[in-house]
Design a protein around this ligand. Structure first.
Ligand SMILES: Nc1ncnc2c1ncn2[C@@H]1O[C@H](COP(=O)(O)OP(=O)(O)OP(=O)(O)O)[C@@H](O)[C@H]1O
Ligand SMILES: Nc1nc2c(ncn2[C@@H]2O[C@H](COP(=O)(O)O)[C@@H](O)[C@H]2O)c(=O)[nH]1
Length: 210
């Protein structure tokens, strides 16, 4: 009885576990996480990363990313502002401590969308997230999706496809991810994602109700 009470108090104090999304560029991470953020408003919050890449049409500074220069990013890293950072396809990306704290301060499930290097770095911290890998059904489908997205030139597309091969192999390593979801049919993939996160979603809903 007391044990149940204290474990509930402790889990509320500790806050919900963050969720890391990783997987090849073009696998559908942003698509799926946007669906979660929309359906579960007040449950999930997005950790807005910093990047040195230029914004794509429709992307907003402070919402999709914090767009910064290489100098600014490097200065932040040197100051210790980042939990992790990585070079990906010719640009720098990183998760700031402030980005994660901003979400956790609202008692929301913090979603991080990061590459494989980020996953390896986060594993060395005490963030303790649930690791979810989003994978495409095949390289052919991935290439078609990336081309159809029209965000890359031929050079950056080829770089992303090369990196995708490594990310796909990484997801097959035992113990790297808690859940691996093949994003073939979008609705089915989203269903699997929700099922994987159901327990955490219910925890947040029950604490916000109380
Ligand atoms: N199941 C799906 N079926 C068909 N198209 C999809 C599916 N999932 C995502 N897409 C499309 O594939 C493209 C890539 O998806 P998305 O941008 O979400 O990938 P990502 O993993 O977030 O990529 P990045 O890491 O580069 O940000 C988008 O144009 C998206 O609309
Ligand atoms: N290690 C990190 N990787 C990140 C971060 N934010 C995004 N990413 C990853 O970069 C690639 C490319 O993203 P894109 O928006 O340019 O297509 C993708 O795999 C993201 O997951 C971060 O903060 N750290």
């Amino acid at each position: 009885m007391y044990l149940r009470f204290f474990s509930k108090v402790f889990s509320v104090m500790a806050g919900p576990r963050p969720v890391v999304f990783s997987g090849p560029s073009g696998a559908g991470k942003s698509t799926l996480l946007k669906m979660l953020l929309k359906e579960f408003d007040g449950v999930f919050g997005f950790s807005v990363s910093h990047t040195t890449r230029k914004p794509r049409p429709g992307e907003e500074n402070g919402k999709d990313y914090h767009y910064v220069s290489r100098e600014e990013m490097q200065a932040g890293i040197t100051k210790g502002d980042f939990i992790e950072s990585a070079e990906f396809s010719g640009n720098m990306y990183g998760t700031s401590k402030a980005a994660v704290q901003a979400v956790q301060a609202q008692n929301l499930i913090c979603i991080l969308d990061i590459d494989m290097q980020g996953v390896k770095s986060i594993k060395k911290t005490n963030l303790n997230p649930i690791y979810i890998s989003i994978q495409p059904p095949s390289m052919d489908v991935l290439e078609k999706r990336l081309r159809a997205r029209k965000t890359e030139n031929e050079e950056s597309l080829q770089k992303r496809l090369q990196t995708a091969l490594v990310e796909m192999e990484f997801s097959k390593e035992t113990g790297q991810f808690d859940v691996v979801i093949i994003n073939d049919n979008l609705d089915e993939a989203y269903g699997k994602l929700k099922a994987a996160l159901l327990q955490e979603i219910q925890k947040v809903k029950s604490t916000t109700k109380a």
